[in-house]
Design a protein around this ligand. Structure first.
Ligand SMILES: [Zn+2]
Length: 320
């Protein structure tokens, strides 16, 4: 789907607000240090006067070495760091902070949209995909194995280990992950845990339930007015760093949705983009409901992770 001008402006405004927030925040820290760290303000003032004096003498035609000025300023900056340290503050206490250090909250790197910008677009366009909200309820710090025992517990630990490997190898080997098993065994939960970590590493994540995804493709396909939207939807499906398709098999599986599905996973493999799929279907089920070629792509290019056990959602309800 394409971003409207208003939506684009909204995103740029968000960036402005973020930068303003961090500027104020930094201003507050500087003020605090100037007032509470003895000698700091004087050092700052001397930086200003040394530079000004240097400028004046240059203008007056004196031949001065820039290195000299540079080394004087360096010396002051080192003294400032000492003062901060002595006051029990970190050396970088006065540096500007950013939500996204990659683009410094501007949304762009070398005229290209930053991954944080792409994620903002995703969050705006695909309300279901607003993974930030989901990660409040599912992340590794909330992960618990209390409902698993025996073989189920072993599988769960393997799945957690595989998820962490997936995250650590994300940048270098574009891994794919396939969680399968019965209802309520923590597959979706784990997939959101993974999404959170990947987002925090600065990548874009697009999250869909299978039903939501195929309905969206269908709606846009049948409406010729939406051809532009369909084109950008595919663009996002093919190019987002991580695509999560949750609950595969709950959509209305037709010949056309099945071939769409193949196109998506195949294209992403070609483009070295990671995909994470969860499903309640068995591997046999995948083969019979979809196609041999889909089964073959998944079994050869995905880490297959089976989860089993009682339905955790039901157990949790019983507990409270
Ligand atoms: Zn950024």
């Amino acid at each position: 789907m394409a971003l409207t001008n208003t939506q684009y402006d909204e995103i740029m405004h968000e960036y402005e607000m973020t930068r303003a927030f961090h500027r104020d925040d930094q201003g507050g820290r500087i003020k605090y240090v100037e007032e509470h760290v003895p000698g700091f303000l004087e050092l700052e003032q001397s930086t200003g006067s040394i530079s000004a004096e240097f400028g004046r003498r240059l203008l007056a035609g004196e031949k001065l070495s820039k290195e000299k000025l540079h080394s004087m300023l360096e010396e002051i900056s080192a003294k400032k760091k000492v003062l901060l340290r002595e006051a029990g503050l970190p050396e970088n206490y006065l540096e500007m902070e950013y939500d996204c250090p990659i683009c410094k909250d501007t949304g762009y790197v070398d005229n290209e949209k930053c991954s944080c910008f792409r994620q903002k677009i995703i969050n705006k366009l695909y309300s279901e995909s607003n993974i930030k909200k989901l990660t409040e309820k599912a992340n590794f710090s909330l992960l618990s194995d209390e409902f698993y025992t025996g073989e189920d517990l072993e599988r769960f630990h393997v799945a957690v280990k595989t998820s962490k490997d997936f995250i650590n190898n994300f940048e270098t080997s574009y891994p794919n992950l396939f969680f399968y098993g019965t209802v309520g065994t923590g597959k979706s939960f784990l997939s959101v845990c993974v999404a959170k970590e990947i987002l925090e590493r600065g990548y874009s994540v697009l999250y869909f339930s299978a039903a939501g995804l195929f309905t969206l493709i269908q709606t846009n396909s049948f409406d010729y007015k939406k051809s532009e939207e369909l084109r950008t939807l595919y663009d996002d499906l093919y190019n987002t760093d991580l695509l999560i398709i949750d609950d595969l098999g709950t959509e209305n599986v037709t010949k056309s949705s099945s071939s769409e599905f193949f196109a998506i996973i195949n294209e992403r493999l070609i483009r070295n983009k990671s995909t994470l799929i969860t499903t309640n279907l068995s591997l046999e089920g995948i083969k019979s409901i979809y196609s041999e070629r889909i089964f073959s792509r998944i079994s050869s290019s995905y880490h297959l992770c089976k989860l089993s056990g009682p339905d955790i959602r039901v157990l949790k309800k019983l507990q409270y």
